[in-house]
Design a protein around this ligand. Structure first.
Ligand code: NAP
Length: 253
């Protein structure tokens, strides 16, 4: 679990799940490029750890990702660890869904993983050691009511990871998806506020509703997701490849 000398990129690394993973990798010695759109927030977060490096990068835009990851690799080396975590979750009933919102969600949640992995892999030799991790969701494994677009995007992420694990079979690079249930981050806060606004229930009750969406009826802490990602980056997990790992308090599919 010593990542001294490794360069990691964590998209959406300035908040929530991504920040937890970025700090975990930095504590293990890696130099971690954390990306997002909010430059000031990234700079403030990076100032807290000497091995966190901020990079403004929009995962939905090809040039931003390709140029950003290339620049980061010129500064800190090939991207041996890549955590494609950036994502948005804006539930909408299917009959009210718009093509524009569908495309915006796919651009971030699915194109974003495609662009990030492709740019990271371009910095690595074909037989190099690598860990490519995508943060999917329980919505990547089963349908979530009222979140058809998000569900489709997260299913797509798992399909991409499974295909890449086959394409790179025999190399030292593994590809896995992590599938958390509801985690106590800004996404859950925003979703609880939205439920509260549309239903009239209190924000606390809305949070409780989401917590009950997990099999063990509580919100996950980010450190539970971090621990799984760090294990996937370890030597012990070198034969774990093409998997969609559930962290949801129980079986979801
Ligand atoms: P979060 O704090 O809102 O994190 C989302 C991150 O993605 C932010 O740092 C945001 O940074 C970044 N981001 C969004 N759009 C982006 C874009 N176009 N380009 C670059 N960065 C972008 O929420 P979170 O819960 O940690 O979510 C992280 C991932 O976990 C997401 O993929 C989410 O779907 C997944 N997940 C979350 C839960 C949950 O219950 N919280 C459950 C399962 C899966 P900027 O705003 O600076 O761009």
């Amino acid at each position: 679990m010593d990542h001294t000398g490794h360069h990691a990129v964590v998209t959406g690394g300035g908040t929530g799940i991504g920040l937890g993973i970025a700090l975990g990798l930095a504590d293990l010695g890696a130099h971690v490029t954390i990306t997002g759109r909010d430059k000031d927030r990234l700079a403030a977060v990076a100032s807290q750890h000497p091995r966190l490096h901020p990079l403004q990068m929009d995962v939905a835009h090809e040039t931003s990702v390709r140029d950003g990851i290339q620049q980061a690799s010129e500064l800190r080396g090939p991207v041996a660890i890549c955590v494609a975590n950036a994502g948005i979750a804006e539930p909408a009933a299917f009959r009210h869904e718009t093509l524009a919102h569908w495309r915006a969600t796919m651009a971030t949640n699915l194109d974003g993983v495609f662009l990030t992995f492709q740019a990271a892999l371009a910095t690595l030799d074909r037989d190099a050691w690598g860990r490519m991790i995508a943060i999917s969701s329980i919505a990547g494994l089963r349908g979530l009511k009222g979140a058809s677009t998000y569900t489709a995007s997260k299913h797509g992420v798992i399909g991409l990871v499974r295909a890449l694990s086959e394409e790179y079979l025999g190399s030292q690079t593994t590809f896995n998806a992590v599938c958390p249930g509801y985690v106590d981050t800004a996404i859950v806060e925003r979703n609880a506020a939205q439920i509260s606004e549309s239903s009239g229930m209190s924000a606390a009750d809305a949070r409780g509703l989401l917590a009950r969406g997990n099999r063990h009826k509580r919100l996950l802490d980010t450190d539970e997701v971090t621990a799984t990602a760090l294990w996937l980056c370890s030597s012990a997990a070198r034969s774990v490849n093409g998997q969609a790992i559930q962290i949801a308090g129980g079986q979801v599919s």
